[in-house]
Design a protein around this ligand. Structure first.
Ligand code: C2E
Ligand code: MG
Ligand code: MG
Ligand code: MG
Length: 282
């Protein structure tokens, strides 16, 4: 019961809200069960180097193979997984699986030793007390060179606790792990912190790439992010490239890497290796 302007206003728990709460609870239970039964899968989306035109690595993207709903996209369960803390367990599993997968590709096929694997690290996992051990163990367990591992961290994860974050990022860099800021430009975007963070790459969010051709101002914006990256001795990756026009503009602007449906959708592990074996040049 909330009082406002002298009148009593009753907060009504509508059937709608009840249904929604029920759905969330159901989702949380489903997620817990999914973790126990290992219903998750990792898909791999290629990242293309503009200088060579070839695949330089993959981003690992989680999928949930729900027994009745079918394939569930991260957008439909990651928010709940974040809220309940289950995301740290899921992320750890994705990290281990991705490291293992790349190592297995290295062992079963002749692949470029530079090929890297990018893994998304949620805010929850980034602030986990055992973060460094979890990451260390993931590459050590499968004997993967840490140079091949690239962690994608969002601006919000870093900014939530920027002092501690700087230390953690430094330790990770000292162990030769690569670091990217994911969805760059959509978070806090406080530029004052950037120079303190020892990151290798800025990933330009796909929302900027989407509307790239629509105005000179959009191009100006992307061009500025690319120069910013280069001036800070970082590389720039554009996500969400869907057309050859977008690719052309990004290349002209000096962007270093690209990722998007134009090159390939995220693929299951076998298809990803097949694509890699084609050695296609874009
Ligand atoms: P993200 O890390 O920015 O990943 C890129 C997303 O863009 C992926 O969506 C990918 O499938 C999608 N994408 C790639 N190219 C294109 C394109 O050309 N057009 C469009 N429209 N989309 C494209 P996905 O796999 O649905 O993942 C969405 C988000 O969920 C990711 O965004 C990331 O923030 C999160 N996520 C995915 N996997 C994980 C994970 O294992 N752990 C955590 N913590 N988050 C994850
Ligand atoms: Mg990412
Ligand atoms: Mg991204
Ligand atoms: Mg994004």
């Amino acid at each position: 019961r909330a009082k406002s302007k002298g009148r009593d206003i009753y907060c009504i728990f509508t059937p709608d809200m009840y249904q929604q709460a029920l759905k969330l609870l159901q989702l949380e239970n489903d997620l817990k069960r999914a973790i126990e039964r290992q219903e998750f899968l990792v898909y791999y989306q290629p990242i293309v180097c503009f200088e060579t035109g070839k695949i330089s690595g993959f981003e690992a993207l989680v999928r949930w193979q729900h027994p009745s709903l079918g394939m569930v996209a991260p957008a439909d369960f990651i928010p709940v997984a974040e809220e309940t803390g289950l995301i740290a367990i899921i992320d750890t599993w994705v990290l281990q699986t991705a490291c293992q997968q790349l190592r297995s590709w290295q062992q079963q096929a002749v692949i470029d030793p530079q090929i890297s694997i990018g893994v998304n690290i949620s805010v929850r996992l980034f602030s986990h007390p055992n973060l460094l051990e979890i990451i260390d163990q993931a590459w050590r367990d499968v004997n993967l060179n840490p140079r091949n591992l690239k962690l994608e961290i969002t601006e919000s994860a870093i900014m939530d606790n920027s002092e501690a974050a700087t230390t953690i990022l430094q330790i990770l860099r000292e162990s030769n792990i690569q670091l990217s800021i994911d969805d760059f430009g959509t978070g806090y975007s406080s530029l004052s912190y950037l120079h303190r963070f020892p990151v290798n790459t800025l990933k330009i969010d796909k929302s900027f790439v989407n509307c790239l051709e629509q105005s000179p101002r959009n191009i100006g914006l992307i061009s500025s992010i690319i120069s910013l990256a280069h001036k800070m001795e970082m590389k720039a990756i554009a996500e969400g490239i869907e057309t050859s026009e977008q690719l052309t503009v990004l290349r002209e602007l000096g962007c270093d890497f690209g990722q998007g449906y134009y090159f390939s959708q995220p693929l299951d592990a076998n298809s990803a290796l097949e694509l890699l074996a084609l050695n296609h040049k874009w």
